[in-house]
Design a protein around this ligand. Structure first.
Ligand code: HEC
Length: 305
């Protein structure tokens, strides 16, 4: 019917023009919808820089480099300043609590810190009188901080100096308004005397990179013992062959305890422990003093390289 108006040739031309136009519009549309937004997003600056790990917080795998520090002895503490609560001590306790305890015990000590959610048993609620394992008395809390509570995520804080542990104990008590009970007067007296005597030691501290280097050398691979070839007539060689069951393990045992080099007796002390897992035969227990001397000479030679 349409051929009444246009010739077949003209119709073919019109249809192909139509197809080309529709195709061009489709391609243009896809380009505008897919490619252009993609380019715009790709050129956007990143929303915010990646979050940096907080540095210098106490904890496991803290990468902060502390300066090396010699250990020292703390001066005696006047028991009056630590055995009963006072505002200064409570202030110190609060600061320490906020740093070390809030994550589990919560800001008000109700056992509802952000870290408490998946913990079993739950962190103690310091505002309640019940459920305490060591007890809410001053010395009981001090003991908890010293030893931790076995089988729970309450770990020992015995690396915190004694005066600060007392500050924490007083602060924990201040969070609950129930009666906390009395400690054994003799135990209180003993602790007071300990404070007055002083002598608490702060250990040496070395930077993390040094500690890691030390660890590395301790675990450095040790070359296996160079044992003389079997069948050698030398007496030392015969004892060596009998005594060493695992040359690599034996070399590690010796490297970990250099005191064996002093003499045959020192060697016997090092080697007789934990045979045969230390690389030496159980039968070393039956060696005569002469055999030990022969083993000693043989090992000195075998570890010379
Ligand atoms: C990792 C979580 C965690 C942190 C951090 C933590 N605690 Fe605990 N704490 C616990 C849990 C869990 C218990 C309950 C243990 C149980 O019931 O066996 C507990 C119990 C206690 C108790 C009660 C002991 C008793 O007699 O029952 C005291 C006191 C205490 N914590 C003090 C502290 C102080 C002070 C700090 C900070 C220096 C601290 N805790 C940090 C998890 C934690």
């Amino acid at each position: 019917m349409i051929d009444q108006y246009v010739s077949p040739n003209e119709l073919r031309r019109l249809i192909s023009t139509l197809l080309v136009t529709v195709g061009a519009i489709t391609i243009f549309g896809l380009f505008a919808l897919i490619v252009v937004p993609g380019l715009r997003n790709a050129n956007k600056p990143p929303a915010s820089p990646p979050v940096a790990a907080p540095q210098g917080e106490t904890g496991w795998l803290d990468p902060t480099e502390y300066p090396p520090e010699h250990g020292y002895e703390l001066p005696p503490v006047d028991p009056k300043t630590v055995m009963t609560a006072n505002p200064e001590l409570l202030k110190r306790g609060k600061a320490l609590f906020e740093q070390n305890c809030v994550s589990c015990h919560g800001p008000a000590g109700q056992g509802d810190g952000p870290g408490a959610a998946g913990i079993n048993p739950r962190p103690r609620d310091f505002t309640k009188a019940d459920g305490w394992k060591n007890g809410p008395q001053l010395l009981a809390i001090y003991k908890t901080l010293d030893e931790g509570i076995k089988g729970s995520s309450m770990t020992s804080y015995n690396y915190v100096r004694a005066r600060d542990r007392m500050a924490l104990a007083h602060y924990v008590q201040s969070l609950g308004s129930f009666p906390h009970g009395q400690d054994d007067p003799a135990a209180l007296d003993a602790l007071a005397k300990q404070f007055a005597k002083g002598g608490e030691k702060v250990p040496n501290r070395i930077p993390v990179h040094l500690a890691m280097a030390k660890l590395e050398t301790e675990f450095k691979a040790v070359a296996p013992l160079a044992l003389p070839p079997r069948g050698e007539s030398d007496a030392n060689a015969a004892v060596l062959a009998q005594a060493v069951v695992n040359p690599t393990r034996a070399a590690q045992t010796l490297a970990a305890a250099p005191s064996w080099r002093e003499n045959a007796a020192a060697l016997a002390a090092v080697v007789s422990n934990e045979t045969p897992t230390n690389g030496f035969a159980i039968s070393v227990a039956t060696l005569s003093p002469q055999d030990w001397q022969a083993l000693y000479d043989g090992l000195v030679k075998a570890t010379q390289q």
